[in-house]
Design a protein around this ligand. Structure first.
Ligand code: 5GP
Length: 346
């Protein structure tokens, strides 16, 4: 047994220090980023925010809504081939620049992602997503994906430490997904005791990835737009969110009404609800590592997007970054023991 004594930080432990700036208005800030990817040499431009590949978030409807804003959606892996055919027929090819096809590391998922990628040349991103990115089997899977799809942009995760980021990038991933345990409907830390404070994971993993010309996605734990700004400030190239995009018209999830108030169901992909729905129940040897919650219905996602992007633009003006790309360089985090004033919160 060993103990690491270094302090590791979450979003709640810091604030961003304001800096002198020549920017007059947040309308002068651009949130578009252009990336070239490690293995494909392809370029992509967009707002680097991703709706998570959960079936109550990463839907085709979400992809249509976010794609219009140049934001990405990792489509959940439970659609059938026919659903994809219909979706692709119904959208402008431009939207497909902002779509990732998700897969686990099982053989059925692999067959499906191979079929989709071979059939639809316009699909550019594969998101290989497993709860524990530390297994050898997963690294082999990523290598195989790279061999089979040399021209596709591969996201892979989740991990939280630099050495594993490097291994995945060297194994064929272009972008590594970072986060174990911070998610809003995740119970991994409770069930297993495993995790890593998300802001430190971002800072350390971004450093490792950028050293090899790769990118990272900060995945999970953002509760408010300020957390998303802190993730970018810490070095995240992309930020992925589940809870912040849940509960909308586009989100999927059963709608329920209680005492005249509307709610939408939202659940973790390893929750009992998800496993009952997609895997015929929780297997005997495992525990569920996700929750099921009801969130007050939030209407169309466009209002949330405006609030989110407005917040990040404002962060940029506070530190004098005219482009999102400059935010990390201009970020000084201060450690704090308080966040916002909750006197009027319920
Ligand atoms: P959020 O933005 O809601 O805080 O976090 C979203 C992320 O939580 C997802 O992208 C995914 O990485 C993670 N996640 C989703 N479902 C589960 C689950 O059932 N268990 C765990 N441990 N993590 C989950």
């Amino acid at each position: 047994m060993r103990i690491e004594q270094d302090l590791k930080l979450g979003f709640k432990d810091v604030m961003i220090r304001p800096k002198r700036s020549t920017l007059k208005s947040r309308s002068e800030v651009s949130l578009l980023r252009k990336f070239a990817f490690l293995h494909t040499g392809q370029q992509w431009e967009g707002v680097p925010i991703i709706a998570a590949n959960m079936d109550t978030v990463g839907t085709f409807e979400m992809a249509k809504a976010l794609g219009k804003e140049h934001m990405m959606t990792a489509i959940h892996k439970h659609y059938q081939k026919e659903d994809w055919a219909q979706f692709i027929k119904s959208v402008d090819p431009e939207i497909l620049n902002y779509v990732a096809v998700s897969t686990g590391s099982g053989s059925a998922d692999e067959a499906m992602v191979n079929t989709l990628m071979n059939e639809y040349d316009q699909l550019r991103f594969i998101c290989v997503d497993v709860a524990n990115g530390y297994s050898e089997h997963f690294v082999d899977f990523v290598k195989r994906m790279r061999d089979n799809h040399p021209d596709k942009i591969i996201m892979a995760g989740n991990v939280v430490t630099g050495e594993m980021v490097e291994e995945l990038l060297l194994g064929g991933a272009d972008i590594v997904k970072v986060g174990i345990g911070p998610g809003s409907v995740c119970t991994t830390r409770v069930k297993t005791g495993v995790g890593y404070p998300q802001l430190s994971a971002i800072i350390e993993c971004a450093d490792a990835a950028h050293g090899l010309a790769g990118q990272i996605i900060a995945d999970g734990g953002c509760k408010v737009p300020g957390d998303v700004a802190k993730a970018f400030g810490g070095g995240a190239d992309f930020v992925m969110m589940g809870g912040m995009f849940a509960g909308h018209d586009e989100s999927g999830g059963e709608m329920v009404e209680i005492d005249g108030k509307k709610y939408r169901q939202f659940y973790g992909m390893s929750s009992k609800t998800a496993m009952d729905k997609h895997a015929g129940g929780v297997a005997e040897y495992r525990a569920s590592e996700g929750k099921t919650v009801k969130i007050p219905y939030r209407g169309p996602v466009s209002a949330t997007v405006q609030d989110l992007l407005g917040g990040i633009r404002s962060t940029c003006t506070y530190v004098g970054a005219s482009r999102l790309k400059e935010l990390t360089k201009r970020t000084t985090f201060i450690r704090v023991q308080e966040q916002h004033n909750t006197v009027f919160s319920d």
